[in-house]
Design a protein around this ligand. Structure first.
Ligand code: DQA
Length: 147
């Protein structure tokens, strides 16, 4: 059984104190621990990586090939303009679920468009922590690992 990779993009390391009225008060570590506990119950390995750098995220997506069964990706601001991340997703065969804590569709106009959406399996947005947990549940179900 392959593992799941969770990728957090720029500024998500500041969760907890960053615009809590939009992103809530949970830290990235809190989110990771909740996902880790769920994956553990399903006996599926899960790794986490955060970067503020586009190239580091591209490297992580490329290196996921053959190693991970799913990527859960919050590309943060890169969602809206990173063709490099979009191309990396398109280049690897690993299915990706795009997640956002906030509902990007009801925020500023520039957040409505995701350049990565056309190359991902699906998107979960606006549910806070539960965006990640819903994406994880979907990945486990698709991997045949959910109880
Ligand atoms: C975000 C939404 C993006 O527009 C924003 O740039 C982020 C976080 C979210 O999780 O709601 O950094 O991806």
């Amino acid at each position: 059984m392959k593992k799941i990779l969770v990728l957090h993009g720029p500024n998500l390391n500041l969760l907890g104190t960053r615009e809590p009225e939009i992103y809530g008060r949970l830290t990235m570590e809190d989110i990771n621990r909740r996902m880790e506990a769920r994956a553990k119950r399903a006996s599926v390995g899960i790794d986490f990586f955060q970067s503020n750098h586009e190239g580091a995220l591209v490297d992580a997506i490329q290196q996921a090939r053959g190693k991970y069964g799913f990527i859960i990706l919050n590309a943060a601001a890169y969602t809206h303009y990173s063709i490099a991340i979009r191309d990396a997703i398109g280049a690897v065969e690993v299915p990706v679920i795009e997640v956002h804590l906030s509902n990007i569709h009801k925020r500023e106009e520039f957040r409505h468009h995701s350049v990565i959406s056309p190359v991902v399996m699906g998107q979960v947005a606006g549910l806070g922590l539960e965006s990640y947990l819903a994406a994880l549940e979907a990945a486990l179900l698709k991997m045949g690992a959910a109880e």
